[in-house]
Ligand binder design. Structure first.
Ligand SMILES: [Zn+2]
Length: 103
C-alpha cells in the first residue's frame, strides 16, 4: 500500500492510499509519535531506555515544512523547528491514526 497523495490540510495530514482509503492524522499526533532515536530514546547495552534531554516542543514543532517519501515505504516529515530524523513507515502512520481515533 502506498500513498498516492500526501497533503497537509490545516492542522492535519491527509493521506490518500492507492487502495482508495484515506488517513487523516493531526500533525501534533504525528510529531508526538516521532519514531526517531532522539524522541523515543535509545536502549543502552543493558537494555535500559535512556531518554535524552528532550527538547521542549514548541508550536513550530507541530507545523509541517515539508514531507518526503522515503524508499517507497515511509514518509519523512520536516518540521518547522528543524526536526527531520523521524522516518514513519506507512503501516506506522496508519497505526497511529487508528489509535488516535478520528479527530
Ligand atoms: Zn524525532
Amino acid at each position: 500500500m502506498r500513498p498516492v497523495n500526501v497533503e497537509a490540510i490545516g492542522e492535519e495530514l491527509a493521506i490518500k492510499w492507492d487502495d482508495g482509503g484515506e488517513t487523516y492524522i493531526r500533525l501534533e499526533t504525528l510529531r508526538r509519535h516521532c519514531p526517531c532515536a532522539t524522541c523515543q530514546g535509545e536502549g543502552d547495552i543493558m537494555g535500559n531506555i535512556q531518554k535524552g534531554p528532550s527538547k521542549p516542543l514548541s508550536p513550530r514543532s507541530f507545523q509541517l515544512r515539508q514531507i518526503a517519501t522515503v524508499g517507497g515505504y515511509a514518509l519523512q516529515p520536516i518540521w518547522e523547528d528543524g526536526h527531520s530524523s523521524g522516518i514513519y513507515s506507512f503501516e506506522y502512520i496508519r497505526k497511529i491514526a487508528q489509535s488516535a481515533g478520528p479527530s
